[in-house]
Design a binder for this molecule. Sequence first.
Ligand code: F6P
Length: 342
Amino acid sequence: MRRIGVLTGGGDCPGLNPVLRGIVRKAILEKYEVVGFLRGWAGIIEGDYKILDRSSVSGILHMGGTILNTSRTNPYKKVEDVKKVIKNFKSLELEALIAIGGDDTLGVAQRLFREEHLPTVAIPKTIDNDLNGTDCTFGFDTAVNIAMEAIDRLHTTAASHNRVMVVELMGRNAGWIALQAGIAGGADVIIIPEVEVTVDEVCTIIKRRHKSGRNFSIVAVAEGAKFGKDLLTRGKELDQFGHEKLGGIGDFLAREIEKRTGFETRITVLGHLQRGGSPTAFDRVLGTRFGVKAVELVESKEFGKMVSLRGTQVVSVDLSEALSKLRTADLGLYEMSKVFFG
Ligand code: F6P
């Protein structure tokens, strides 16, 4: 029987299970058996996998997380790990490997395709929405809705206590979540990594707002936001792909706002709540379409490609396009959001 391998790598994200269901259901129709590697690249390095049949993907469409589990393991950290990936790929007689992940996971898929001629197909995943080559990634819509609801809830408690509420949202290099959730939730200041602002500028907006009769403010800040020289406590811990563990920006900002404006300020760090739980209808549908399309690419031997959403159509693009640069937040949208600052 023909076989396809699949893995989910990097941070989890709502919509991964719909993707896996889409892959398995389409693969079965096309007479493929699906080998699901566990814990991202660790699974194929260690030969740790399970066969995904129809019953393994039954009842998972609405579930967050990934039934394959995930990790930030990078096979390119050790030469022997790349060799193990190739050996296990061959010994399982796979025709292709579908890698579902963000830029790190897909970067590995691209190197394996280019340097080792391993037939890989990629599916873009990240709540950060920062992958190039696709209009959006699944998981982002769910994260934005969770963040929006949090901002809605913060409004009532902020107003009751006459407080400033700082909400720290995920977004390492791209501020898509803070921007979209900030607009949808009516935040009074939005701060994203793409646009440097100073703490004083933020305080000026808040003071102006309070002077005009408002007695509370909501500040949405992306975890990767920078404050020029006003910086900051960053974690020094790095993952296998060399990324810093972020966190702390909201706390810093809240303290500074309180100190410089005199307004009582509180901080909420939404953190991994943005990645957990049930995917929205949009993410379930997009994930399903991506999964089915990936099997079609395997069928037509279009390797080194990534499935992508272009307008309303699911198409394929070269992995090199997806990885050529980061897809940062739309600065036109950010400019528009400033209409509602203060
Ligand atoms: O890349 C997605 C993301 O959620 C980032 O927004 C965040 O910085 C990071 O993952 C957190 O990673 P971890 O789950 O390893 O804490």
